[in-house]
Design a binder for this molecule. Structure first.
Ligand code: PRP
Length: 200
C-alpha cells in the first residue's frame, strides 16, 4: 500500500480534470465522490486529502509516500522532501495586484510572505508585508494595504473585485513530491502508480 497526499481546493479540481482528460476511470469516481471523508482507497493506493501547506508535512514525515502540491507551497516554505518533478496541470502564477489607480506599493497583503519578501528584496524595494490567511483581495479594497501578492489562475477573482495585475512574479505548477526514504523502499509500488497515471 502506498499513500498519496492530495491538495484540496483548486489543485484537486485540476488533478481530477487531468484524470478525466486521460480516461483514468479507475480513479475518477473514488476521487470525485462528494463526501467529507478525508481519505479513500483504490486498490493498493490510499489517497489522503489535506490542505496544500500540509501536504509536504505529511510527505516529509513519511505517513504519505508521495504528494501532489502546488509549487507555491514549496516556494514559500522549506521541507525535507524529494521535489521529484513538474506535473502537467495546476498552472497559475504569483502576481502583484492592486486597484487600477495605484502608483506605488508600500504595503502588501499576502499569504505568501516569504515569496513576497524575496521578490521585493531582489527588486530593492522597501515594502511592509501584512500576513493574511486568505481572501487577500479584500486588503486593498478596504485600504488595509496598497496591494497584494497572490496566486492568479483565471484572473476572475481580481476582475470580480476591480483589481488589476501590475507585475508577474513567478510561474506556479503542480509538483510531484516524495518522502526521501519510502520513495526508494516502496519504489515498485510508487513507480507502478505514477506510470499508471502517466506522470513518470
Ligand atoms: C486563490 C488566490 C486567489 C484566487 C485566484 O484563492 O488566493 O484568491 O485563488 O484564482 P483565479 O485567478 O482563478 O480567480 P483560493 O481560492 O485558493 O482561496 P483563498 O482566497 O482562501 O486563498
Amino acid at each position: 500500500m502506498i499513500t498519496v497526499a492530495l491538495t484540496k481546493g483548486r489543485l484537486y479540481k485540476d488533478f481530477t480534470a487531468y484524470l478525466e482528460d486521460n480516461d483514468l476511470n479507475q480513479y475518477i469516481d473514488p476521487l470525485s465522490e462528494d463526501t467529507r471523508s478525508l481519505y479513500t482507497v483504490v486498490d493498493n493506493v490510499k489517497f489522503i486529502f489535506a490542505k496544500g501547506p500540509d501536504v509536504p508535512t505529511y510527505v516529509e514525515s513519511g505517513v504519505a509516500d508521495i504528494g501532489i502540491v502546488g509549487s507555491d507551497i514549496i516556494e514559500e516554505d522549506t521541507f525535507n522532501i524529494l521535489n521529484v518533478s513538474q506535473l502537467p496541470f495546476g498552472d497559475c502564477h504569483f502576481s502583484v495586484a492592486g486597484l487600477p489607480d495605484q502608483t506605488e506599493f508600500r504595503t502588501i497583503a499576502t499569504k505568501y510572505t516569504n515569496v513576497a519578501s524575496k521578490y521585493f528584496r531582489d527588486k530593492k524595494t522597501d515594502v511592509s508585508l501584512v500576513h493574511l490567511n486568505g481572501s487577500v483581495e479584500l486588503a486593498p479594497l478596504l485600504g488595509l494595504t496598497d496591494g497584494i501578492v497572490d496566486i492568479v489562475q483565471t484572473g476572475n477573482t481580481l476582475k470580480d473585485n476591480g483589481l488589476i495585475e501590475y507585475e508577474k512574479i513567478l510561474d506556479i505548477h503542480a509538483r510531484l513530491i516524495a518522502n526521501k526514504r519510502t520513495f526508494y523502499t516502496k519504489e515498485d509500488e510508487i513507480y507502478k502508480f505514477l506510470t499508471e497515471i502517466g506522470v513518470f
